[in-house]
Design a protein around this ligand. Structure first.
Ligand code: ADP
Length: 215
């Protein structure tokens, strides 16, 4: 049966990498609102032009904009066929309420990593400007800063500057933490420890999700 999953996690918690693996595992559409917005900015679409200044300064893009983006995406055939894994949405209680008006959710996962660890990870994070694959200074692509998957340029994100990161972590605490609590109140939340190797964390996530789906 098609899965309907959400994944939460602080900036640098490994949510992006893990959500790609999870979506593949469950045959679900991986929907990253951050990736969708970065693509919109790169293509200078009306939504990209509207979102860019919010993103560069580390602020959340307004709910009305996000809801339009997500509603349109959830209506596509791949979601109908295999379900979805939402990465980076919802981040406010308003977004959460609107989402549940569109579709039910099976499980919401909170991938938890301590703040001092994430700060270190973000400063060394690099991302493919073409396909979004994530690397780091300690795990670079095979050829210097050329993506192993698509050949795109691997760069530091525009919003991975110290000022924007601080702002994003603040928005996470003030807006997204209460949203996670809201899902806990609906009994769909599971918490997973995000420390460990990619494989360890991935196995932990799958086991927590399977357990919650069959509970
Ligand atoms: P991070 O989790 O590191 O902040 P994302 O790639 O998920 O990065 O998002 C990058 C930026 O895109 C955010 O700082 C915000 O400006 C915007 N964004 C993405 N998803 C949302 C959302 N659900 N609501 C509001 N803004 C969003």
């Amino acid at each position: 049966m098609a899965v309907r999953l959400l994944i939460f996690g602080r900036q640098g918690a490994g949510k992006g990498t893990q959500s790609v693996l999870l979506a593949r595992h469950y045959g679900a559409a991986h929907i990253s609102t951050g990736d969708m917005l970065r693509e919109a900015v790169a293509n200078a679409t009306p939504i990209g032009l509207e979102a860019k200044s919010f993103m560069d300064s580390g602020c959340l893009v307004p709910d009305e904009v996000m809801l339009g983006v997500v509603e349109e995406r959830l209506a596509r055939p791949d979601v109908m066929a295999g379900g979805f894994l939402l990465d980076g949405f919802p981040r406010t209680i308003g977004q959460a309420e609107a989402l549940l008006g569109l579709t039910p959710i099976d499980v919401a996962v909170d991938l938890v990593v301590a703040e001092d660890v994430v700060l270190e990870r973000i400063s060394s994070r690099r991302v493919c400007s073409s396909c979004g694959r994530i690397y780091s200074v300690s795990e670079p692509p095979t050829r210097a800063w050329i993506c192993d998957t698509c050949g795109g340029d691997v760069v530091q994100r525009d919003d991975d500057t110290p000022a924007a990161v601080t702002k994003r972590l603040g928005a996470y605490t003030s807006e997204t933490q209460p949203t996670i609590g809201w899902f806990d109140g609906k009994d769909v939340l599971v918490t997973v420890d995000g420390l460990g190797t990619r494989e360890e964390v991935s196995a932990r996530l799958i086991s927590a999700i399977d357990h919650a789906r069959h509970a």
